[in-house]
Design a protein around this ligand. Structure first.
Ligand SMILES: Cc1cc2nc3c(=O)[nH]c(=O)nc-3n(C[C@H](O)[C@H](O)[C@H](O)COP(=O)(O)OP(=O)(O)OC[C@H]3O[C@@H](n4cnc5c(N)ncnc54)[C@H](O)[C@@H]3O)c2cc1C
Length: 405
């Protein structure tokens, strides 16, 4: 079968690689380089992620086996300990916050008491928005002091206006016994992602290049039209395929398919997403891999200390804010952080985070049903319009490959 894959991000490269074993596959990528939002850019000898900061791990053994046996061998990755902290009430406390109540008590006993009292008072009840979901699962105080302000920043939207249905599987939800154990023993980070993998070259592109090795990738080629003629698909009025697999955003795909009903185009227009603005900084030495900033006092929601993903460690951090900011605004805000010494590079992304507003489920379902009815597959973080990490994108591509091989 002649298959066209649109997009050479992690999803497109994975499905392309798996299907190339038995089919004739062409991957079209509009950029000059592959890797999508996971790729790095090298500047002054430092390779950083202009869109966020990407480490690799997976709870799915099949994904780990595929990556380590078929893409980049395990011995070519460093295994790094995650040290994530939250800047909370002017103190750094370990992530996740619900297991750090002892640390909070050391500087604010009253607040720690309220968190504990409210956590143990939570009662299951039906909720219809994300803010209430946090209240029901973590108690009023933790919801109001941490989860709601942090999520307001990450989604640039009121959690009370958002759907809660996507959270399961994304956010660990402690039960009362686990919460109690952490109160007694302290925060022992035994979460699945307490370690992560990063290539020994200190550059995620090593992995990305390996994933794309040997594939038929046409770069600098934007797919601007897809048309069904008989039982063939015609790309950009010129190239003929038996099958199309798209990994490009679900809000843009319908616009390039000829003959899409208006109702589907309208659903696509409703889908909301956010961009991120990042700056790479040279820093003082820092002990953490990530710092989270829930407070509205700063536009940053997270600092990714990418230099601590490297071996040996280097002093670099990526600051991340949701939405578009000017270079000058970021530099001004950066002055509040004594460890940020010198800005090195600046980037504003396109799609970075999809937004789970109340409407996303109905809109994505209608668009996906339509695409299924005409026989176009859509997979990946923006293709499925889901909050996927790289490993889930790989998993999704593996599932589709099983169907098509
Ligand atoms: C800030 C941030 C931090 C993250 N951190 C992590 C992390 O630490 N670990 C982790 O596992 N995951 C992380 N993720 C998630 C991870 O980046 C994604 O799950 C994954 O990279 C998505 O890959 P994709 O191929 O589905 O999409 P994309 O990377 O978006 O790939 C789509 C590709 O399609 C191309 N394209 C678009 N339109 C067209 C067109 N018309 N014609 C041709 N080509 C086109 C694009 O240029 C792009 O290359 C993070 C995400 C963000 C935003």
């Amino acid at each position: 079968m002649k298959i066209c894959v649109i997009g050479a991000g992690i999803t497109g490269l994975t499905i392309g690689r798996l299907l190339s074993k038995v089919h004739d596959v062409v991957i079209y990528e509009r950029e000059l380089s592959i890797g999508g939002i996971a790729k790095t850019k090298t500047i002054n000898g430092v390779s950083y992620h202009p869109v966020g900061g990407h480490c690799f791990n997976s709870k799915n053994q099949a994904v780990l086996d595929f990556i380590f046996s078929e893409v980049l061998p395990k011995e070519e990755w460093n295994c790094i300990k995650r040290v994530a902290v939250i800047y909370f009430h002017d103190h750094f406390i370990p992530y996740p916050i619900e297991f750090s109540i002892r640390e909070i008590a050391m500087f604010n006993e009253e607040l720690a008491f309220r968190i504990v009292k409210d956590f143990f008072s939570t009662q299951e009840r039906e909720v219809d928005n994300l803010a209430d979901w946090f209240r029901v699962n973590f108690g009023e105080t933790l919801a109001n002091e941490y989860f709601i302000p942090y999520n307001r920043k990450v989604w640039k939207m009121e959690p009370a206006e958002m759907s809660w249905k996507w959270v399961y599987g994304k956010l660990p939800i402690p039960n009362k016994r686990e919460f109690f154990k952490a109160l007694i023993k302290g925060n022992e980070d035994d979460m699945p992602h307490r370690f992560f993998f990063y290539p020994k070259t200190n550059n995620m592109n090593t992995f990305i290049e390996k994933l794309g090795e040997g594939l038929n990738i046409i770069k600098n080629f934007e797919v601007i039209s897809i048309e069904k003629k008989g039982n063939k698909w015609i790309i950009n009025d010129s190239y003929e395929y038996d099958l199309v697999i798209s990994t490009i955003p679900l809000n843009t795909l319908p616009r390039i398919i000829k003959g899409v009903p208006n109702a589907i185009l309208e659903e696509a227009k409703k889908l909301r997403y956010n961009k991120v603005t990042t700056v790479l900084w040279r820093t003082k030495p820092i002990d953490f891999t990530w710092t989270y900033y829930p407070s509205p006092d700063t536009i940053f929601h997270r600092h990714i200390h990418i230099g601590n993903f490297f071996v040996p460690k280097q002093n670099y951090t990526i600051t991340e804010c949701i939405g578009e900011y000017s270079y000058e605004e970021i530099i001004e805000h950066g002055k509040k952080f004594d460890y940020l010494l010198e800005p090195i590079d600046f980037n504003i992304s396109d799609h970075a985070y999809i937004v789970y507003d109340r409407n996303y489920e109905e809109a994505t379902t209608k668009i996906k049903e339509y695409l299924k009815s005409i026989g176009i597959y859509t997979i990946g973080r923006f293709g499925e319009w889901k909050y996927y990490n790289m490993d889930i994108c790989i998993e999704s591509a593996m599932k589709l490959a099983k169907i098509l091989i």
